[in-house]
Design a protein around this ligand. Structure first.
Ligand SMILES: OCN(O)CCCc1ccccc1
Ligand code: NI
Length: 183
């Protein structure tokens, strides 16, 4: 199983390198890696396992964070209605998005960033994502709320972008145009 020892930290070149498209159909190795990524995210949200293995809770993970420069992400998060969004995806792509933006009033964190970096991270409020799941099926997702935020955070990782790149350097908590804070 993956642990925090497998997660590279800010400053590691993999976090700033655009990741490569996964050749489909995916190899058994790539499927194994992606399944382990989703398992890590689920484990990190299990208090017993997180405690036992020293896992920092996370709602997503991108392959560059485990030093695999491939376009693979895992997400395991509930929206504000309690719907579960649990996905292990190859080559996710945002094909359209709202003009309206959204942000988490408490800011964001990252398993690859050990310190807190305060500030609003402006994201699109709604996105449409296409991808191929770990079973090889093409999927299209229309996302809003926290799931939309997480997917953007993970897809940023595939493009070498970190959450704090989006924070206003002059005033981290400056008002964001056309944006609503997620409750
Ligand atoms: O890349 C995954 N990761 O570092 C774990 C935290 C993910 C995350 C945290 C806050 C808002 C959106 C996404
Ligand atoms: Ni992250």
């Amino acid at each position: 199983m993956l642990t925090m020892d497998d997660i590279v930290r800010d400053g590691h070149p993999s976090l700033r390198k655009p990741a490569d498209e996964v050749i489909l159909p995916a190899s058994d190795e790539d499927k194994e890696i992606l399944n382990k990524m989703l398992e890590f995210v689920k484990n990190s949200q299990n208090p017993e396992l997180a405690e036992k293995f020293g896992l920092r809770p996370g709602i997503g993970l991108a392959a560059p964070q485990i030093n695999v420069s491939k376009r693979m992400i895992a997400v395991h998060v509930h929206d504000d209605k309690g719907n579960l969004y649990s996905y292990a995806l190859f080559n996710p792509k945002i094909i359209s998005h709202s003009i309206e933006r959204a942000y988490l009033p408490g800011g964001e964190g990252c398993l690859s960033v050990d310190e807190q970096i305060p500030g609003y991270v402006p994201r699109y409020a709604r996105i449409t994502v296409t991808a191929t799941n770990v079973d090889g099926e093409k999927i299209k997702l229309r996302l809003k709320g926290l799931p939309a935020i997480v997917f953007q955070h993970e897809i940023d990782h595939l493009n070498g972008v970190m959450f704090y790149d989006h924070i206003n350097k002059e005033d981290p908590f400056a008002e964001i145009q056309d944006a609503n804070p997620l409750s």
